[in-house]
Design a protein around this ligand. Structure first.
Ligand code: MN
Length: 167
């Protein structure tokens, strides 16, 4: 099986958020993560599931029209491949239906073991995204603050939206 893609879009719509996307069965499963991912395992980030996106959208960086996914500037904040690490021989699609996905990310900013677990509280769209305890985990810091730029273009969101002023 070819590697599965993952992408994290940094998206300034009405509110800045991060869209965490995993390729599965020909689509990008997608979650909006208001605070973005954290490398600190105890920082479990709310991830609100949104509509699946088409695979090609994973390569998009630019400015959305007002009627496209909320409008605003979209950055490819991280991308790479992911690999489900199911136990008991279950496949990733079954783990997804159960609301318990464990996987390895191979990106530039996000690496190692991660978990996406559907929250028992609230509706079925609420999940938690958090880092597994491994050598890539950290005790302090904020990866979204320390590494704010696009991994494909090196641009800021302001530069992507065209709002940056020339020096
Ligand atoms: Mn978004």
């Amino acid at each position: 099986m070819p590697p599965l893609a993952f992408v994290v879009h940094k998206h300034r719509a009405t509110q800045l958020h991060y869209d965490f996307r995993l390729e599965l069965a020909g689509v990008l499963l997608s979650w909006a993560v208001p605070k973005g991912p954290s490398l600190i395992p105890s920082q479990k980030r709310l991830a609100v599931q949104v509509d699946d996106h088409e695979l090609a959208y994973g390569g998009f960086e630019g400015t959305l029209s007002k009627d496209g996914y909320g409008g605003g500037a979209v950055m490819i904040w991280d991308c790479g491949t992911w690999e489900p690490t199911s136990k008991d021989g279950r496949d990733a699609a079954e783990d997804y239906r159960r609301g318990r996905l464990s996987f390895v990310l191979r990106g530039e900013k996000l690496k190692g073991r991660w978990h996406l677990m559907r929250s028992n509280a609230g509706d079925r769209k609420s999940w938690l995204l958090f880092k597994g305890a491994d050598a890539e985990a950290r005790r302090t810091g904020s990866i979204v603050d320390e590494a704010p730029l696009s991994v494909v273009s090196g641009r800021t969101l302001e530069q992507i939206s065209g709002a940056a002023t020339a020096p």
